[in-house]
Ligand binder design. Structure first.
Ligand SMILES: Cc1ncc(C[n+]2csc(CCOP(=O)(O)OP(=O)(O)O)c2C)c(N)n1
Ligand SMILES: [Mg+2]
Length: 536
């Protein structure tokens, strides 16, 4: 044992070997034993609240395509983080979330800032949850956490580490292992699927977020073209997996049982790859599938396959399956090409004040650089993005995978940090509703401190607009708490160190966007907009 070799030094050496040298977090007294003498080759990304730490790490992991490490404060910090942990779980993001436990000597007496039933607390939104039985097990617990987070289906895991463990003597090095990040399909079942796809007269391909995450964008295009199939976007996607300007792209599938079933009518087969069947919301009754339509699902996640309401499932990494299908299916040149999606792009006859969301989207579609990333959390206008701002490149659209808001503002920070980490420079545009902006607003400070190229466009319609549409759908008049008067978003953003401005016209918006795209600090552009009745 080298002199001064401890649980902490052995663990840092392991983290270094695993490439986990960025730590997202918010510290407390129970974490300082871990963070002490923080090595120079490690980087600590401070988030001012734990919901921000998780969503930043989530997007960072997605962009770098590697697990990310998060360190939170005891039960209070984990509690603040839980909402965004749900998104990481549904988004299959490999996150190793750690928090400090009180001193082992004190735990039996329920000490101040102890973490009662620590391993239960983040469940069911972690794949694995552990508190080492002995201090000496800490490095191996990290190794196991890494393996669990990375293996398919990837996802968040949790480790609670008593604060006195870190200084315990321990001989290194830790045992380093590798694990698979992809699993191949059962060959026989895949051939069966290929046969059914080849025999289909009018197949519909539905590509979901797992495809883009697996790096399957190009393979998805090749499969669609070989089959000459209609392609739809999976409901409520947190990633886009197929170019939305492709002539075979027919638009989003819909969200409710009824709209999806109506959309699939006329297709004898729906092939859903890398998505739930389906991510339904809201409940509008209907048939789960139209009469005469079969359904095949390919996913890497047994839970997602198990929960499908209809159809036959195959477990596989989506990219491996698509590439294998490409060889197995017969050419679909005899099929009639699908009708591409229409984009009416209707604008008001004269400029309106406040602006309508389409006027804002029209400016964005003009000014957006082709390589820009969009993070969208503008709930009542998200459906308009596909019309105005089609995603045309892999890894360039992000949204919450859970439906919980308060993910987008910090996720934009995580995307920009991830890009910087992998040596890529792209503008990141966060389209965020004025309500959604508030939940993890302190992420702006981290963006400013790191001088990240993030441009937020905050749509200030002064309400929770989507919830007003839901009130109509659900026939629930008189719901309180849906108006948001008096929010000074630009002032808040300035307070966190961002550039910020209020705009009222399309000219001002275009001008401020252009300036923001070349600025050396993050910018928040607050645009006053009219509430919009969302199509649910
Ligand atoms: C953490 C969390 N709290 C509450 C909700 C419920 N919710 C869904 S959308 C929404 C309003 C969003 O308003 P805003 O961001 O202003 O967008 P708009 O609908 O006005 O476009 C709320 C409160 C949620 N999804 N997640
Ligand atoms: Mg709003």
């Amino acid at each position: 044992m080298t002199e001064n070799s401890t649980v902490r030094t052995v663990t840092y050496e392991l983290l270094r070997s695993l490439g986990l040298t960025t730590v997202f977090g918010n510290p407390g007294s129970t974490e300082q034993t871990f963070l002490q003498e923080f090595p120079d080759d490690f980087r600590y990304v401070l988030a001012l609240q734990e919901a921000s730490a998780i969503a930043m790490a989530d997007a960072f992991a997605q962009v770098t395509r590697r697990p990310a490490l998060v360190n939170l404060h005891s039960s209070a910090g984990v509690g603040n983080a839980l909402g965004n942990l749900v998104a990481a779980y549904h988004g299959n993001t490999p996150l190793i979330v750690t928090s400090g436990q009180q001193h082992r000597e004190l735990v039996i007496g329920e000490p101040y800032l102890g973490n009662r039933e620590a391993t239960t607390f983040p469940k069911p939104w972690v794949k694995w949850s552990y508190e080492p039985a002995r201090a000496q097990d800490v490095p191996e617990a990290f190794m196991r956490a890494y393996a669990m987070a990375r293996q398919p289906p990837a996802g968040p895991v949790y480790l609670s580490v008593p604060m006195d463990d870190w200084n315990q003597p321990l001989a290194g090095p830790a045992r380093v292992r590798t694990v698979s990040a992809r699993t191949a399909p059962d060959a026989e079942r895949l051939r069966e699927f290929a046969g059914r796809i080849s025999a289909s007269r009018r197949p519909a391909l539905v590509f979901g977020p797992e495809v883009d995450r697996a790096g399957g964008w190009d393979a998805a295009v090749a499969l669609a073209e070989k089959l000459r199939a209609a392609v739809y976007g999976a409901p409520l996607g947190d990633r886009v997996s197929f170019p939305e300007d492709h002539p075979q792209f027919c638009g989003p599938l819909g969200m409710s049982v009824k709209t999806i079933s109506d959309r699939l009518a006329g297709h004898d087969l729906a092939v859903v790859i890398g998505a739930e069947v389906f991510r339904y919301y809201p409940y509008v009754p209907g048939d789960y599938l139209p009469a005469g339509t079969g359904l095949l699902q390919i996913t890497a996640d047994p839970e997602v396959a198990g929960a499908a309401r209809v159809g036959d499932s195959l477990l596989s990494d989506p990219k491996i399956a698509i590439e294998a299908l490409l060889d197995l299916v017969t050419e679909g040149s005899a099929r009639t090409a699908p009708e591409p999606m229409t984009r009416p792009r209707v604008l008001p006859p004269a400029p309106s004040r406040p602006l309508t969301p389409p006027e804002v989207y029209a400016v964005l579609s003009r000014v957006r650089p082709p390589d820009a990333v969009i993070v969208n959390e503008s709930t009542s206008t998200m459906a308009q993005q596909v019309e105005w701002l089609p995603t045309v490149r892999t890894g360039s659209f992000f949204a919450t995978a859970s439906g919980g808001i308060g993910w987008g503002v910090p996720a934009a920070v995580g995307v920009a940090l991830g890009d910087r980490h992998r040596g890529v420079s792209r503008p990141v545009i966060g389209l965020i509703g004025d309500g959604s902006f508030q939940y993890s607003v302190q992420a702006l400070w981290t963006a400013a401190q790191h001088q990240l190229p993030v441009v937020y466009v905050a749509m200030r319609n002064e309400e929770y607009s989507i919830l007003k549409s839901f009130a109509v759908l659900e026939e629930t008049p008189g719901v309180p708490g849906l108006d948001l008067p008096g929010l000074g978003i630009a002032a808040v953003a300035r307070g966190f160190g961002c550039r910020a401005t209020d705009v009222a016209t399309t000219e001002e918006l275009a001008q401020e966007l252009k300036a923001a795209l070349t600025a050396d600090a993050p910018t928040v552009i607050v645009v006053r907009t009219q509430p919009r009745k969302a199509m649910l």
